[in-house]
Design a protein. Sequence first.
Length: 337
Amino acid sequence: MLILGIETSCDETGLALYDADARQLLAHAVYSQTAMHEAYGGVVPELASRDHLRRLVPLSRQVLERGGRRIADIGAVAYTEGPGLAGALLAGAAFARSLAQALAVPAIGIHHLEGHLLSPLLSTRAPQFPFVALLVSGGHTQLMRVQQVGRYELLGETQDDAAGEAFDKTAQLLGLGYPGGPALSRLAESGKPKRYRLPRPMITSGDLEFSFSGLKTAVLTLMKKEIQPEKKDLAREFVDAVVEVLVAKCSLAMEKTGLTQLVVAGGVGANKQLRAALDAKAAATGFDVFYPEPELCTDNGAMIAFAGALRLQAGNTIPATGHAFSVRPRWDLATLS
């Protein structure tokens, strides 16, 4: 079965074609709205929604052409039902449901985080169930125990800012623009370690909870004390602090669960420093780490198409039919079944 995946939860329009029978991603394309939102220093929901509407048809044609398939070949449409910006979700859902209705095929609403969670399974080197997953992005930092598709147990999460959010806010403090997370990571690569010292929030708390808002505040405090702080060294210290906390919590999660596989997903999962530190920790303590391809770390349609395929294969979801539909701007991943 050929599945079209549609992702429109925030500021990226992603579409993809996944062949469930061949277990192959045929094509995917992502349009980022970064340039449009940069002038405002953050995502403007109304502008995001309107831009999704402009991109959905051209991107659909693009992935069909790249995948060498026709629109009539589509056997199901998977779309992001939530969580995310309500207007952005509605843009994708309306398009997906309309297309599915016209083709007389199922439309399947997918949890955005489930897409991220399962995306490493698309890689050549893929984990096997069960595993621990670190979901780390601009809006979420969570540790989950994944038993199988639809069976997720929350082990711990951030009490305030997500790691990616802390990256972006700190980048703004350093004058790196929006979104600043990737720029901050690149700047840190040339920084001198340990010139500054920032806290490692909750690293010794003994649980699997996170907190990153205080780290951002510590950066601000340090910048006020320093007349001319060396930005690359401060960026290095910030990244080192976040990475140390994430690695420590992941290691503790592996110890507490007794599992031997760790999956890392979400935008921050592309961070080179985090990957290197987790690989080193895994080699030292005897667990395996799995990542999605770097291009699949950010929001994309491939993960939605793939999650839709797994949902259909598992038979534990009822594909949506009819004209009525809704989206879920707030949706707890642990409530899935």
